[in-house]
Each structure stands twice: as C-alpha cells, then as structure tokens.
Design a protein around this ligand. Sequence first.
Ligand code: MRU
Length: 355
Amino acid sequence: MDTTDRIEQLDNVVLSPDKNSVVIIDQTLLPNRLEYLTLSKAEDLYDAIVMLRVRGAPAIGIFAGFASYVLGRQIKTQDYEEFSGKFFKNTAYLNSARPTAVNLEWALRRMDGVVRENPHKTVPEILQLLERESLAIRKEDIAMCTAISENGLKVLKDGDSILTHCNTGPLATSRYGTAIGPVLLGHERGLNFKVFADETRPLLQGARLTAFELYKAGVDVTLICDNMASLVMKNGWVQACLVGCDRVAANGDTANKIGTSGVAILARHYNIPFYVLGPTSTIDLECPTGEDIEIELRAPEEIKEKFYTQPKALPEVKCYNPAFDVTDHSLITAIITEKGICYPPYSDSLRLLFD
Ligand code: MRU
C-alpha cells in the first residue's frame, strides 16, 4: 500500500483478525511511507506509544484498549486473582508510557473496570468482555468524532479559512478527527474551507500528518512554520482557529501540543475565535486546573537532531523540550464536544456534560 490511498478511509488502529495483535499505521514514517505494524509484545506496544508510532489522544486511548486485551490473552492462568494481578500490572505499564493525554488512562481504567467488576466470571468469559470493551472504545470514538465534526460545523461558514496546530485528523483518532473533523466532513458535503497547518515543531505533526491528510482528502491546505501564524492572522487570512486537546481541566484550561497556547494568545490579539475540539473522554473533571496537568518532557535529540542530516546545535547545548502546553481557559472561545458546544464559564458548562 502506498501513500496515495485515501488516508481518511484507512483504519489507523485495529485489532488483528486473530486477536493476537494490535495493527497500527506507523505514523513516524508518514508522509513518505505508509506502513502497518503488527504488535503483540508488551515492550513493543509500550514503545509504540512512547515513540509516537501511534499518537493523538483518542488514538492512544483506542490503542491502549486493544493493547491491554492482547496482553490479557497472553496471561496463562484460569485463576481470577492471578489473572487480575497480571492484567493490572500490564495496564499500569502501558499507562506509564505518556503522562499528558488523559485518554490513555481513561481507556485503561475502562479495561481495568471490566476485570474488577467480574470476579465471579471465568477467565475466558472476562477475556470476551475485554474484547467487547476494547471494540466499544473504538466504535464510540468513531461516533464521537462524527458528532464533534457536526457540532464544529455550527461555528464555521462556507469559505472560512482555518488555522490549526498539530494533528487532530483521522490519524489521531478513528474517523474524521476532532479539530480537523469539521473541515473533512464539510468538504465531503461540498463546503470550501481553507486550512493553514502549523508545521508543529519539533516533531512536525502538522507538516507530516495534517498537511498530508488534508491534501489527500482534497482540502485546500497551506503549510506554515509555527512562527508564521501571527503574520497569517494579521493579514486577515484566518477566520477561526481549531485545535484539539490532550486533557481539559475542570475549569477549561486545556493541555494540547506545545505551541497551542501561543496560537491562542495570537488569536486573542487579532480577535479571531479560538476553538478547542475533543471528545468528553478528554475532559478530566478530577483535574481542577491546568496547573495540575503533568506535561511530558521529551528528549533533546528531537530538537537538535531529528529530521536533520547533521545535528543543528552543539551536543553541549541544553534543550528544554516540553511536548505540551496549557492554554488558559480565558483564551478559549468554546470547547466543542460530541455532546454539544460549551461556552464560558467552563466550570459550569463542562460539568453539565456529565450530568
Ligand atoms: O504528541 P502528540 O502528537 O500525541 O500530540 C497530539 C496533540 O497534541 C493533539 O492535538 C491531541 O492529542 C488531540 S488529537 C485529536
């Protein structure tokens, strides 16, 4: 298979037909190569998350559901206590792969719940329930992304130009995506949106993945370096900013890819609406504010060496490489979920989603 296939129609994260592995598109190879990985060993599953072979908050959640099920099938015992002990150890291991996107923990908590709530069932029966739960997580994500995309279309007009950061399309989810979902859904319906995609330093999810997805879908996309967003906004070329989220705190503070908060500050300066789009699985009401969100720190090599034929800074030079930042809730025009559009004050509107 090559990269000319319509990416928005490909399955990004699935369970293999024999149920022994998780099959993913290796996102680190895009846009140059479209290759699938078939993973079944605990270390390979963990590494796939750490290395961003699978990435994007919802996709990580879907992956974690399948990964824990696949590992559960490898536990050789019929004893509930032994099975549950080993199962919880696996999920704790997977959960430690990345700290910021709540969807990882959310999906694994669902899988743990299945085991915890069924102590009187046999191990094969529990495995059957685990398979069902993991498939449900994916199926629900498809429905959520479609509903988020519908709701996102309510704040856009035909012909709008949108600025986005990082990647929130089908590769980061199941179908359509979150922040890019309204654009893809609108495009299918004949609406004409233009998109400015921030390249998203240092791992270039915007250049490698968003520009790729939109181009393949036939959407008018223009790639810009992150530091060009201000000029593009100043020129009057952007009518709305749409971004995704990795964890939304109870007060609306939102962790998303590093650089997102800068986009929000610029949008406020230029009086452009700034929307966060994500499933309710990314809202963490147990997390009071952005201060409580753990931000993942990654290796200096990503800044100094990755994507360059030669290192572009001296080995001795220190690097600070946070993978996410937090956008203050005061900068967010609305948070768009599958259940509806939340406006400030978010401490009230977000809570209502769960009533
Ligand atoms: O480090 P990544 O590539 O996993 O970061 C992804 C993002 O920040 C996305 O914007 C977010 O997960 C939402 S994906 C629908």
